[in-house]
Design a protein around this ligand. Sequence first.
Ligand SMILES: [Mn+2]
Length: 366
Amino acid sequence: MSAKEERIKKLREKAERHSIDGFFIASEPNMCYFTGFSTLAIERLVSSVISTEPVEPILIIPKLEEEKAKRLSFFKDIRSYTDAEGPSRLVSEVIGELNLTEATLGVEDSLPFKFYRMIREAAPSLEVREASVILNRLRSIKSRGEIELMKRAADIAVRGVRAGIESIKIGVSELSVAFEIEKEMIKLGGESIPFCLVLSGENSALPHGSASNRKIGRGDAVIIDVGVTYKGYYADITRTVFVGEINERQRRVYNVVLKAQEGAIDFVKPWIKACQVDRAARGIIEEAGYGGFFTHRTGHGLGLEVHEEPYITQTNETTLKPGMVFTIEPGIYLHGSFGVRIEDDIVVTEDGREVLTKMPRDLLVV
Ligand SMILES: [Mn+2]
């Protein structure tokens, strides 16, 4: 059985346990994972309908995507609609053919309302149920092949950050450092770069600020946070460096974040809960008196999406299992002054964890 057939088989098994008779999948990451095909859909419907019965699942796509879908999808039954007619006739035809008109259909929480309405109109007695949890849980356990791709992505991200750090000089702008990072990552086969943050001085105190024309100065903290994909899979890494000199407060804050991050990484192993990993990091930051300045969760799952299950929060009771991949990225942000964040990507192994983003975290003054 191929990896792809395995995914559909597991999906059907899960569906049975949740009394779901079929799925209507329309999000890009789930299309990619379960059908092998995904595309830039924008407002057009790109979807698949998968019955839990052992019948061939069906792809519903715009006409212009037909050739690409034939090449990429491992679904054999591909139906296309033209822009002139729209997808509603096909949606109703497919739901009927797969015997789902009176069934319970699982959909994603991200399903656009217009497509939800289309399904309702196609089969008014159909029960539509939100089933993202089922799809997300399946995706959260990565296969060996997926982890290999994520290692490649991680390596590209590490080398990008390294190129960025090498380009930091007093008087250079944040954007030009970001450009060096992106250039390096694209050269190495990075495909999509959804964000490349270079935040210096006061900007580093904004967890999700954006790179600007601000010139980097002596004594600045510089946070570099990049996301990049390889064959659809994400890496996400953050390093914080200091420019020219470092003061005592910066050194102290850096060391607290480092201790929190490494403490949480060492804590990761199968069968502990996501919230315990958050606690491991947060506890160290609170103890040092900076609890109020760590304003976000400790991390997030990573895969075909840059934020996915499992989220490493104070309240997530999800049990960690081998094959789960997530970030550990505590930070401390002192508004008006500076911030520090250190982030790595971690995979849970049979007996512990492996760090995918292999890059030193020692305090660095450039
Ligand atoms: Mn992140």
